[in-house]
Design a protein around this ligand. Structure first.
Ligand code: SAH
Length: 234
């Protein structure tokens, strides 16, 4: 082997080692996140914990933010939007009490991370994003990481996704001024929706909405801070 070839092979080996070390590092950070941020704060649902421990969150944030992917806070994803803090993702996922064979609708695809967490638990995941570039970013992240069964649509999620309704569960990941009636309509009887409701750029209340025997009940769970649910005419 001549010197150039040797250097080339050495370079390849080094790159492989760096990638492996990096991947292990992210796995470790993810395990720590599940322990310290989720289990320690009361997230109990095994399916949620397993999903959070599986989805490579660092693959869903912009490259420059990778080192912060597993931190205990939201991470910017561009266009003024953020991927929620891991605890909030887990808390909202657990609230849906998902079971195999169910169908879920998410409003606010963003990075695609929340949709990936849902897709680890059930097969039928639908997600809507109003910003075209983010629909592409989130959709691309989902595809690249093998979540190709998740259906992504670029639209105003206020109106839901009628063709695939009713949904067993609906999760809104942007703050709405009120609970959108089309979403309540597209919720199956016995279904649950979680949605932050309140004024934009202030704290909002995370609400659990349940439909049972045609009756809709709402419950305030905790104060949260989400980016606003925008409308097409905004
Ligand atoms: N769930 C995302 C983060 C959500 S941030 C994740 O896991 O990364 C909130 C997202 O909701 C933003 O991407 C924002 O563009 C989107 N959004 C805001 N209003 C919307 C609407 N009316 N319909 C669909 N998406 C909306």
């Amino acid at each position: 082997m001549n010197c150039k070839k040797l250097l080339f092979v050495a370079g390849l080996l080094l790159t492989a080692v760096v990638f492996t070390v990096q991947a292990d590092d992210f796995t470790e950070r993810r395990e720590r996140m599940v322990e310290a941020q989720l289990a320690a704060r009361g997230i109990e649902d095994p399916a949620t914990l397993e999903a959070m421990g599986t989805v490579p969150r660092h693959e869903f944030v912009p490259r420059a933010q990778r080192h912060r992917a597993y931190a205990d806070r939201p991470v910017p994803i561009g266009h003024g939007q953020t991927i929620s803090q891991p605890y909030i993702v887990a808390y909202m996922t657990e609230l849906l009490e998902l079971e195999e064979g169910q169908r879920v609708l998410e409003i606010g695809t963003g990075s695609g991370y929340q949709a990936a967490v849902l897709a680890e638990i059930i097969d039928q995941v639908y997600t809507i994003e109003i910003i075209e570039e983010l629909a592409e970013f989130g959709g691309g992240n989902l595809l690249r990481n093998g979540y190709d069964e998740v259906q992504v649509k670029h639209a105003d999620g206020y109106y839901g996704w009628k063709e695939h309704a009713p949904f067993d569960a609906i999760m809104v990941t942007a703050a709405a001024a009120h609970i959108p009636p089309p979403l309540v309509e597209q919720l199956k009887d016995g279904g649950v929706m979680v949605i932050p409701v309140g004024h934009p750029f202030q704290t909002q209340q995370l609400m659990r909405v349940e439909k049972k025997d045609g009756e809709v009940t709402t419950e305030s769970l905790m104060a949260v801070r989400f980016v606003p649910l925008t409308r097409d005419e905004d």
